[in-house]
Design a protein around this ligand. Structure first.
Ligand SMILES: C[S@@+](CC[C@H](N)C(=O)[O-])C[C@H]1O[C@@H](n2cnc3c(N)ncnc32)[C@H](O)[C@@H]1O
Length: 225
């Protein structure tokens, strides 16, 4: 690890707090902020955490759900066991993932997925947009009506189009940058709430999207979220 990176990390208050509090990543503070601000979690909800390794967001979600509800964490990288969190080793975009998640719909889908950073701004931006789209495609299949999708994205010229795309399936989409997100980083988070199982302005007019109710074969009650 380069010396400069190690020194910067040692000075980083969020990194030090994460170590002190037994959190697995400084990213945990970003999610704690998002939940404090947007009230995403409450006891009893089912949460799907995409790009979950090493497990910081899942730990926060598990703690905030209390003893009820469920957290399912997905990542191709291994995640050390977290009490009360089901880990699915898999990749968003892989068609077999849906089956591995099981038949019960989710109230909240989180995505802190990051592409492998190339250092080329446009490439990293485009790859992160692809990940948000892949997470959105999955969220559309597993979310209960009224549910929420939260996704990290790197800012760039595709962002406005992406927000519009996400907005077709949700009542509202907000953009935010948590204080724990490093200032020079172009990352921000989209917080989409009020999932509409049927997109009103589908690009193919009149066509219904394949939603959780289609997949689970019954009409789902609206999420209490
Ligand atoms: C910044 S880390 C997530 C940190 C995590 N939220 C935490 O709090 O510990 C980004 C993760 O995205 C994962 N990732 C990238 N592409 C993915 C994909 N297609 N499916 C699932 N996870 C992916 C990476 O393996 C990596 O673990």
């Amino acid at each position: 690890m380069p010396r400069r990176f190690v020194d910067e990390r040692r000075r980083d208050p969020y990194y030090r707090a994460a170590q002190r509090e037994g959190l697995r990543s400084r990213a945990a503070f970003k999610f704690a902020y998002l939940d404090d601000r947007f009230h995403l979690l409450r006891p009893g909800l089912r949460v799907l955490d995409l790009g979950a390794a090493p497990g910081g967001w899942s730990l926060v979600a598990r703690e905030r759900l209390g003893t009820r509800g469920e957290v399912v964490a997905v990542d191709p990288r291994p995640i050390e066991l977290i009490a009360g969190v089901r880990v699915v080793r898999g990749r968003v975009g892989d068609p077999s993932l849906l089956g591995a998640l099981g038949p019960t719909p989710f109230d909240v889908v989180l995505s802190d997925m990051s592409p492998r950073i190339s250092g080329a701004y446009a490439t990293d931006h485009a790859r992160s947009v692809d990940l948000v789209r892949a997470g959105l495609a999955l969220a559309r299949q597993v979310l209960r009506p009224g549910g929420a999708y939260v996704a990290k994205v790197f800012a760039g010229d595709l962002l406005d189009g992406l927000v519009e795309e996400v907005g077709r399936s949700f009542e509202e989409v907000r953009r935010t940058k948590p204080p724990a997100s490093r200032e020079p980083s172009s990352e921000l988070y989209l917080v989409a709430r009020g999932f509409r199982a049927v997109a009103p302005e589908s690009p193919r007019a009149g066509e219904r999207e394949r939603s959780a109710s289609d997949i689970y074969g019954r009409s789902l009650p609206r999420s209490p979220f």
